[in-house]
Design a protein around this ligand. Sequence first.
Ligand SMILES: N[C@@H](CCC(=O)N[C@@H](CS)C(=O)NCC(=O)O)C(=O)O
Length: 222
Amino acid sequence: MDEDEVVLLGFWTSPYVMRVKIALAEKGVHYYYLEEGNLFKNKSTLLLKLNPVFKKVPVLIHNDKSICESLIILQYIDDVWSDRAPILAEDPYQRAQARFWVDFFDKKIADCGRRMWASKGADQEAAKKEFIESLKLLEGELGEKPYFGGDRFGLLDIALVPFSCRFYTYETLCNFSVEKECPKLIEWVKRCSLRESVSKSLPDQYIKSMMICVGIQENAWN
Ligand SMILES: N[C@@H](CCC(=O)N[C@@H](CS)C(=O)NCC(=O)O)C(=O)O
């Protein structure tokens, strides 16, 4: 399988792209990385050709076949390199649970993050309140386990941990501390960051936050 050609088309601040980087690293799959340099102002012909529907990264290209949407890509990676480091649990119920929480995260928490960044005053406060409540629900799901799936680092961990890079920005914009609100979740972030697959796939949260705050990548909050 490793003779196969694997290319990831991405953008450095995208947590969706980081999901794919972590999954490939966990599986030990070698790949070429192509940065979509002007994602928001001038998309490359390659991106438009490979993802004509959403025109978004990540796109995984495996032996000239393209796969879009981060969660579908994670599933694909798990299917193709099924002989190592499983991303999804074997048990159908555990798989369903992991998918439920990823869906909750993508629909609810990612949206609160966007609103905390894009609004001011009462709207921003409401988004912050919802964000903290939702994180607490996730923290409840984590419980005392090292990872969401138990002892195994899996789908929910891979899907969620990239978004921790944005915590510092949210805290700075909205004046709160994720660590104070959800200490166990931060312990989990630290635990995940000890894995090379994670530490090598996530940019430093302070650098990223600073660039976003000064407006360099403001559209990256899609
Ligand atoms: N649902 C998609 C979301 C991907 C996404 O939003 N990518 C952003 C970068 S973070 C993008 O490519 N945005 C380009 C645009 O909106 O034009 C996934 O899970 O892959």
